[in-house]
Ligand binder design. Structure first.
Ligand SMILES: [Zn+2]
Length: 250
């Protein structure tokens, strides 16, 4: 793949009614994305079908199980139902293919990766952070950062898991707990802009509201928007672009 290929994609989980506000904000900056919407969710109410239609008119909709249950807590039969049925139900509602899946709570096992593939999804989005490489792992799509102020301890753990080099870890400590996620975005975007790669921002609208992060999110979007060197894509388009490029690798 062209080393300088630069993609920005975003994803938003849980299907809360505040996703409408999020969709408007993304639209304002022409940022593309995927909304992962469960059919029911005991913790955070899911938007009305009419609201889903509004978002689906502008953005990709992905599966997030029927009941927003962590797959690793379920029997194979129940997990299969949660994965396959959410695809069928969303496709019936939207009248189009639903290709992207996201694991509730970022929880999955090899069995669940298989179930997601069996159901016909292209990939399952994880909650692993700090991934910026354009290399893809079979059936999994990792993220770069969350619209949330993670502690430096959490970020360092993700850094190490992602195999990140020490200078990045040091930079994160320099920001002392990163109370300002737009700064973290700047560090990561600089890295991607010199080497190429994918910047994948994800979050929850209910959480952005709960922690008062709308202003920070807008600052971040403003900083990454309208760049001619960047391809802005939803998760599936990003996946397809990376898969196509990977196929040309020798
Ligand atoms: Zn979720």
């Amino acid at each position: 793949m062209d080393k300088k290929q630069l993609i920005i994609t975003t994803s938003w989980d849980d299907g809360h009614a505040l996703d409408l506000r999020l969709a408007e904000l993304l639209d304002k900056y022409s940022i593309k994305g995927t909304f992962y919407v469960p059919i029911n969710n005991a913790e955070h109410p899911v938007m009305l079908p009419s609201e889903l239609e509004v978002i689906a008119g502008r953005f990709e909709i992905g599966g997030h199980t029927v009941n927003h249950i962590y797959l690793n807590t379920l029997s194979e039969e129940d997990a299969r139902y949660e994965v396959a049925e959410c695809k069928t139900m969303l496709q019936d509602r939207l009248g189009r293919a639903v290709d992207a899946f996201c694991y509730p709570g970022g929880k999955y096992s090899q069995r669940d990766i298989r179930l997601v593939s069996d159901a016909g999804f292209l990939f399952g989005r994880t909650t692993r952070l700090l991934h910026i490489s354009s290399a893809i792992e079979t059936k999994l799509m990792d993220t770069t950062m969350q619209a949330f102020h993670h502690s430096s301890v959490t970020l360092t753990k993700h850094c190490l898991k992602a195999g990140f080099v020490l200078p990045i870890v040091q930079q994160l400590f320099f920001y002392k707990g990163n109370k300002n996620f737009p700064l973290l975005a700047e560090v990561l975007m600089n890295k991607i802009q010199s080497n190429g790669g994918v910047f994948h921002l994800w979050g929850h609208s209910w959480e952005i509201e709960e922690f008062g992060l709308w202003h920070d999110l807008e600052l971040l979007l403003k900083a990454i928007a309208f760049n001619r060197d960047i391809a802005y894509m939803n998760n599936t388009d990003c996946w397809n672009a990376l898969s196509a490029s990977a196929a040309f690798k020798t």
